[in-house]
Write a protein that binds this ligand. Structure first.
Ligand code: ADP
Ligand code: MG
Length: 467
């Protein structure tokens, strides 16, 4: 079989993705590893049995067919999971790799994680947040594979996928996953020594060891751990940190050779970290690279609900929906918005409802300081769709009027605190269930149709800017 160069892998990838609907490709084919073995087999590592069954059922034929089109031979495809490797992965994986797919639901729950402080064997380095466990991690299309890889590594530290490299932009759950892996390992293998710390922590530790003449102790400390977890490794080599990059390189090699697990997080994939030396870039791709993406609406809803539950607060559905619709960027901001609403309710001794949520998030999400009014919305809709305001206020049913009217109703619902009845009255005397129906319909379309979402965003902006 032809040697599977990175270019050919890329080509196979693109072809596979091109054969799937975009959403499915994004969920499942973000990236897969293809490891070519000597006997002409292609091995594709997956995090667990559940994923293996899923890929066998849904994607094996597609992958085999595409590989044969690109390479001109009928390959044998084998999906591998950690238990298949039993420590042999290191040689085969140490070729080169990279990527991160998305996949189905995790197959089994994590064991109960004990609070780290109560564990005498808690990680050295930084402390763990008791909330950052696998149980508290909501799994969705944006993070399925990263979550599954983390669990696979936590179940078999040092046995497969070394290092695990998780990347994604700020607030998407990197620290949460890293710490969840630590909690899990500590609960299951209390005898393990785990070192969890930020890149900054590693660098500072190194610098002070060198200054105080304690280099040997530093070296022994880092090279004797069972699991080394470093958060935000993209800071390595930034500024005056060249020497610590060199030191990290040797630490990495020592631990990897000894089959000790290394878990890293970063804001970008290895090859995009500007200060990182090539030899570390290639090492970071030896194991498994997994990416975190921005959460979808459904995942945002699930996270808000779970966080509210964790905070023991009852938050009505429409408030969750409002926050999930308003804060799309990242999970940290999402939680911030929820906490803001809860804090505001406590401070004002008011119940948590939609009006209060809109009030408390006004500044945060850029809702105009002046309340949006229905005439404002109708004016924007009328201009944008070229329909008469009087038609929007009428009962006319032609599509050219009814769709803009539904959008107007949707905007009124999301940008004002008016009741369903008030909104209905302003748009042709609709009753409260018709208003709800319009809002639902627009929402569903927005979830399916990106172009439409962009139009809604534009209209929202126009309304907030006063036309
Ligand atoms: P990062 O390290 O990528 O900047 P964090 O891990 O600090 O992000 O996550 C930001 C916040 O969002 C944390 O409070 C974390 O618990 C929460 N969070 C992130 N992802 C999830 C998730 N999938 N489910 C539940 N909470 C999450
Ligand atoms: Mg972080």
């Amino acid at each position: 079989m032809k040697a599977l160069t990175p270019e050919l892998k890329d080509k196979i990838y693109k072809e596979i993705r091109g054969k799937l609907p975009p959403d499915e490709a994004a969920s499942w084919m973000k990236s897969l590893e293809f490891l070519q073995t000597e006997n002409g087999t292609l091995e594709i590592p997956l995090p667990n049995d559940y994923f293996r069954n899923w890929y066998e059922k849904h994607y094996k034929d597609l992958i085999a067919k595409t590989v044969s089109e690109v390479l001109g031979i009928q390959p044998k495809i084998i999906f591998k999971i950690p238990s298949d490797y039993q420590g042999t992965l290191f040689e085969s994986a140490a070729k080169e790799s990279g990527h991160d797919p998305k996949a189905p639901k995790p197959h089994k729950p994590a064991p109960e994680a004990k609070p780290p402080v109560a564990n005498a064997n808690r990680p050295k380095g930084g402390t763990l947040n008791s909330k950052y466990t696998f149980e508290q991690f909501v799994v969705g299309p944006c993070n399925r594979l990263a979550h599954a890889w983390s669990m696979a590594v936590a179940e078999n530290p040092g046995k497969a996928y070394n290092p695990l490299f998780i990347h994604g932009s700020v607030g998407l759950g990197k620290t949460h996953l890293l710490q969840a892996a630590c909690h899990y390992i500590l609960a299951k293998r209390p005898e393990y020594s785990i070192y969890y710390l930020s890149c900054e922590g590693f660098v500072n530790d190194y610098i002070s060891a060198v200054r105080s003449g304690g280099y040997d102790a530093f070296r022994n400390k880092y090279r004797s751990v069972d699991v080394l977890v470093i958060d935000d490794i993209h800071f390595l080599g930034a500024g005056e940190k060249q020497a610590s990059q060199e030191e990290f390189f040797h630490t990495f090699n020592a631990l990897h050779n000894a089959q000790k697990q290394i878990i890293l997080s970063s804001d970008s994939p290895p090859q995009d970290i500007p200060t990182l030396e090539d030899r570390l870039v290639s090492r970071f791709k030896w194991g498994q690279v997994a990416r975190l993406d921005s959460p979808t609406f459904e995942t945002r809803m699930a996270i808000i609900k779970q966080t509210a539950e964790w905070m023991k607060k009852a938050v009505p559905d429409d408030v969750c929906d409002f926050i999930a619709s308003s804060v799309e960027s990242n999970i940290r901001d999402l939680e911030g918005a929820l906490k803001n609403v809860i804090g505001f309710a406590e401070a004002t001794k008011k119940p948590i409802d939609l009006a209060l949520a809109k009030d408390s998030l006004r500044d945060l999400i850029g809702v105009s300081a002046f309340p949006v009014t229905i005439p404002q919305i109708q004016e924007v809709i009328s201009k944008f769709f070229n329909v008469k305001i009087s038609d929007l206020q009428s009962k006319k049913r032609v599509k050219s009027v009814s769709v803009p009217r539904q959008i107007g109703i949707y905007l009124a619902r999301s940008l004002t605190s008016l009741s369903l009845e008030e909104i209905g009255a302003a748009f042709g005397g609709k009753d409260h269930s018709t208003v709800m129906y319009s809002v639902e319909k627009i929402k569903q379309r927005a979830h399916k149709d990106r172009q439409f979402t962009a139009t809604l965003n534009q209209l929202t902006k126009n309304v907030k800017q006063g036309g």
